[in-house]
Design a protein around this ligand. Sequence first.
Ligand SMILES: NC(=O)c1ccc[n+]([C@@H]2O[C@H](COP(=O)([O-])OP(=O)(O)OC[C@H]3O[C@@H](n4cnc5c(N)ncnc54)[C@H](OP(=O)(O)O)[C@@H]3O)[C@@H](O)[C@H]2O)c1
Length: 355
Amino acid sequence: MISVAIVGGTGYTGIELIRLLSAHPEVSIDLLTSRSEAGMRADEIFPSLRGISDIVFSDLGDDTLSALQKCDVVFFATPHGVAMQQAEALTQAGVKVIDLAADFRLQSLADFEHWYQQTHSCPGLLKSVVYGLPELNRDKLAGALVVGNPGCYPTTAILGLKPIIEKQNEQAVRLVEPRIVIDAKSGVSGAGRQAKLDLNYAETTDNLKAYGVTGHRHLPEIEQGIEQLSDEKFIHRVRFLPHLVPMIRGMLSSIHLEMTEAGMAIDWQSVFENSYQQEAFIDVLPQGRYPDTRSVRASNRLRISVYQNNQRAELTVIVVQDNLVKGAAGQAIQNMNVMFGLEETLGLNAAPIVP
Ligand SMILES: NC(=O)c1ccc[n+]([C@@H]2O[C@H](COP(=O)([O-])OP(=O)(O)OC[C@H]3O[C@@H](n4cnc5c(N)ncnc54)[C@H](OP(=O)(O)O)[C@@H]3O)[C@@H](O)[C@H]2O)c1
């Protein structure tokens, strides 16, 4: 059994990790931390866990690190800046680290420090870190000690663009114009569980708003993913605009591109179907069908549709996922499965919940 610790078990991604890992046949959750609820059983805070997990929250203070070092893998479901304080000591003890925050997502230190407004405490570790998008970096994940689990929006954006960029590389000719517009929407759980005025019920219900209009932290991560996928000669500029929608879970990103003449000669539906036919968690919908967020709720699936209009040179990709699962905890477990040589889908096969 893989001995797992979760740091930050009282947050939304933390409880998702507990829910999913409790059903994982190769995992034992041996340590769950919270500073605010130490000593409480998790199922007292989250009755949904009654009969599923009897684990108790710990706050071990100065002894936390030595307790974490006894585990095989530590998931950090914490705010940005927490995992990097402990990652070096953990990896030196041979413990694998999966950070759901942004400490290890960006390879550029300057980008990290600009967008997250903090100094990185272990820049030396960054070179060996793997960006945890299995559909992109599966081979590298197998030997990884530290994984930066992707942000929720970048998961939809990068996987929505991957078949297009790879096809463009393969044809060695521009198939889409450089400008990419990503219009994205997230449910409120994307902002975490802490109380904030602008996230309370009366502020978010029956309301819709854009945020991060002048710039959002996920933009450099999306650009980094696109850069990794693209041949050097193809540069893409991204306009990314997220919105908060009055639902609890779910994320939908519409990606707008303009095809070149060469791009219009491509059958994009087939390109997407071929590109993802081996991927267990990516479902390319048949032509003419478009995904909704509830078709993926509480599951690790990501559904994509592609619409091609040659009269207008428009190519539109629509991607949905559950921000807490494929966008966070489920993807983290998918990464763990690859890192430990397990079947990638283990513990992640539950069907979405409808209604
Ligand atoms: N929500 C999403 O959809 C989503 C998607 C992708 C990625 N993420 C990222 O995943 C991380 C967790 O997100 P979340 O939504 O679960 O957040 P959250 O609901 O606010 O939970 C944060 C957790 O971290 C703990 N914590 C806070 N400060 C800490 C510290 N200094 N040291 C140790 N523990 C600390 C909190 O517990 P105590 O205060 O009890 O210790 C709590 O359990 C964030 O970095 C977020 O950006 C979230």
